[in-house]
Design a protein around this ligand. Structure first.
Ligand SMILES: N[C@@H](CCC(=O)N[C@@H](CS)C(=O)NCC(=O)O)C(=O)O
Length: 207
């Protein structure tokens, strides 16, 4: 039985959806980022970085979203991330979501958390939103040439991108029509719907 430390609607939701897609046995442990649970000693013991997601497999913590996804895909062969042989495009887009799109959102959120004065805040936020729009434009262009980010079938990159598309930012982010087509498709999957219900999250980005 896996244990997943998650925050409702956070990046951990992609792992939650994956566990459901794989029909893997798991239990959820909620970490409230709003309440600062991630900085409490009992959680820092599990992840000294004070971040979710963490997957615990038979007492062994697996940290970092991309590592957890690759770990699960290696243990439970899945078309969502073929590992044997490895699918380069599926790995690339899974990492794009986790290691490129996610930090771009974090940047926008950290400005909100840390801004020094109103003038700086507005300039930094506009810049951060522009960076996000450039990334979404790239995804939209790719999705204009093929059904899903990595080719003809959905992979973890599509799921992670869909989770992040639902994150609120202080200024609107533009999602193109091809991105919207794919996120609607992802959200309609039973595993996605079940994860939204379990985490009590409303999906707003596909409207
Ligand atoms: N590189 C990490 C990033 C994880 C991350 O930023 N998680 C956010 C939630 S989406 C978090 O736990 N934030 C807590 C905080 O910033 O205090 C990963 O991919 O696992």
């Amino acid at each position: 039985m896996y244990k997943l430390y998650y925050g409702p609607g956070a990046c951990s939701m992609g792992i939650h959806i994956m566990l459901r897609e794989l029909n893997a046995p798991f239990e959820l442990h909620r970490v409230s980022l709003m309440d600062g649970d991630q900085r409490k000693p009992e959680f820092l013991h599990i992840n000294p970085r004070g971040q979710i997601p963490v997957l615990v497999d038979a007492g062994q913590p697996v940290r970092e979203g991309a590592a957890i996804i690759a770990y699960l895909a290696a243990k439970h062969p899945t078309p969502l991330l073929p590992m044997n042989p490895p699918d380069a495009a599926a790995l690339e887009w899974m990492c794009w979501a986790n290691a490129t799109l996610h930090p771009a959102y974090s940047r926008a959120m950290w400005i909100k958390r840390n801004f020094a004065n109103e003038a700086n805040y507005n300039a930094l936020m506009t810049n951060a939103i522009q960076a996000l729009n450039t990334l979404w434009q790239e995804a939209d262009q790719v999705l204009g040439t093929r059904p899903y980010l990595a080719g003809n079938t959905p992979t973890m990159g599509d799921i992670m991108m869909t989770v992040m598309a639902n994150w609120g930012t202080a200024q609107p982010v533009h999602l193109g029509q091809n991105v919207r087509r794919v996120i609607k498709d992802m959200v309609a999957r039973p595993a996605y719907q079940a994860a939204l219900t379990a985490e009590q999250v409303e999906y707003k980005a596909a409207a």
